[in-house]
Ligand binder design. Structure first.
Ligand SMILES: Cc1cc2nc3c(=O)[nH]c(=O)nc-3n(C[C@H](O)[C@H](O)[C@H](O)COP(=O)(O)O)c2cc1C
Length: 208
């Protein structure tokens, strides 16, 4: 077990939850492997369906990242062209997110596996199990983001892999059982954004 308690004991849960922000600009300072391991360890402490811990992580090194992004970009271009966007607009839409992913000091691909989830003969329960795996991914990622914040790292959850699963699988030579879900960008923050507006609790809660 990695000891995150003594490392992060100075940050209260309230500070962690309210102080975490999506960070899209990072200092060039590298993040060491021990730090990456601690934040990934935090994800393992999240709840998961059947305690199956179905979430998997791959740190995408910069040599692989170039090819991955180039191939993902081709998929997005084709999708946007099919939507009717012109070349200029396509370039603009792709450029900023591509740059952000390219420049992040650490790029982590998050996937899940159904290997240890329950097996059912009918599609209703198969779908429910898949949803549980996806929900487990959300809980794991949130723990990772909070852990990153406690480490003084900035992070951003990026959904791009969902839109280019086939090339992500191919370029990263992933096992076929893995379902790509998200990128997590990590690094020391070079911006301090305000919290984007939130809804009021009364708007999202009802007692029935
Ligand atoms: C499922 C999911 C997908 C997201 N995808 C992206 C993304 O592709 N690009 C991006 O810049 N931010 C992405 N975000 C971050 C959100 O934009 C951000 O969480 C939201 O604006 C609230 O800001 P905060 O994280 O600072 O509280 C994503 C967040 C989630 C949960």
């Amino acid at each position: 077990m990695i000891d995150i308690i003594s490392q992060w004991k100075t940050m209260s849960i309230a500070e962690a939850i309210s102080g975490r922000r999506s960070i899209r600009m990072f200092k060039s300072k590298a993040v060491d492997r021990g730090t990456i391991k601690r934040v990934v360890h935090a994800s393992l402490l999240a709840p998961s369906a059947h305690n199956s811990q179905p979430v998997r992580f791959a740190v995408v090194e910069s040599s692989t990242r170039k090819r991955l992004l180039a191939e993902m970009q081709e998929v997005w271009k084709q999708d946007l062209a099919r939507d009717g966007f012109l070349e200029d607009a396509i370039q603009r839409r792709i450029a900023s997110s591509n740059q952000m992913i390219h420049d992040a000091p650490v790029l982590i691909l998050v996937s899940y596996t159904m290997a240890d989830m329950h097996k059912y003969p009918d599609s209703k329960r198969v779908k429910a199990e898949e949803t549980m795996a996806v929900q487990s991914v959300g809980a794991a990622i949130q723990n990772l983001l909070l852990g990153a914040h406690a480490e003084g790292l900035g992070s951003c959850w990026v959904c791009a892999p969902l839109f280019a699963k086939a090339v992500v699988r191919e370029v990263l030579k992933m096992k076929s059982e893995l379902e790509p879900q998200a990128f997590i960008l990590l690094g020391y923050p070079d911006e301090a954004p305000e919290m984007p507006e939130r809804r009021e609790v009364e708007d999202i809660l009802r007692f029935v």
